[in-house]
Design a protein around this ligand. Sequence first.
Ligand code: AP5
Length: 244
Amino acid sequence: MSGVDLRNVSLDALQAEVKRRFECSFKPRSRVVLVGPAGSGKGTQAPRLSDEMCWCHLSTGDLLRDEVKKGSELGREAKKIMDAGGLVSDDIVIGMIKNKISEPMCSNGVIFDGFPRTVNQAKALDNMLASDGKQIDKAIEFDIPDQVLVERITGRRIHLASGRSYHIKFAPPKVEGIDDITGEPLIHRTDDTEEALMKRMNSYHANTGPILDYYKQKGRFAKVDANRNVDDVWNDLKNAARPI
Ligand code: AP5
């Protein structure tokens, strides 16, 4: 609630937050990485995992879209790369993550979604955490065939402010085109075209595939079959992510 005048927050909301924090204090702490191609379901599952385990959800895609929305110089540069299905430079995304992981909401644990995407980013993340005596406890691959992704991506609609993800067929909002929680309009991401998707899939296999071996070699790897309905994927994910 930093930056918020607590006198303007209702007592009910404050009590709910205190209760949430109390319950969170009993949950295990961990840092997990979700690895999977565009449309594999990382952004659908991460908020559920965040609610269940009290770990913060850090999505580099969402952080970059925030910069685009703000119209910052970084955002303008990033938009061109994202719309073309390319990768934003390692320095930029590593810097964004560095700023976020030390925030109080990430003290219980972190779900990294869409980061790291290159072995260079994975090594930078390990160094960042090691300097604080921490590590990635599990990298979880969302295993899915490429051919499923086109329908998922072209039918996706998102709520820009929260990153909440819907699908016109598989996960429709209660009212067409409207976010269930805020009542605000949903948008079609400008990189959710078949053309950009092909580039993102190629980039995933070339650049992100090798990080799976990086985590396998460290013995911190798990895989879920992401080509099933949302609830079945969730059941496997929560077991894979739970610390031993
Ligand atoms: P980012 O936003 O991270 O995109 P992405 O990794 O390509 O992943 P997506 O958000 O497209 O897919 P998702 O797996 O979250 O799928 P979702 O759950 O929404 O990155 C965007 C861009 O930013 C990148 O291309 C790059 O340019 C840049 N970037 C980001 N991070 C970077 C980094 N670290 N380094 C460099 N550049 C970076 O699901 C998709 C759809 O399917 C939804 O409609 C959903 O409702 C539906 N769905 C989900 N699960 C199921 C299911 N089980 N069954 C049926 N439908 C489902």
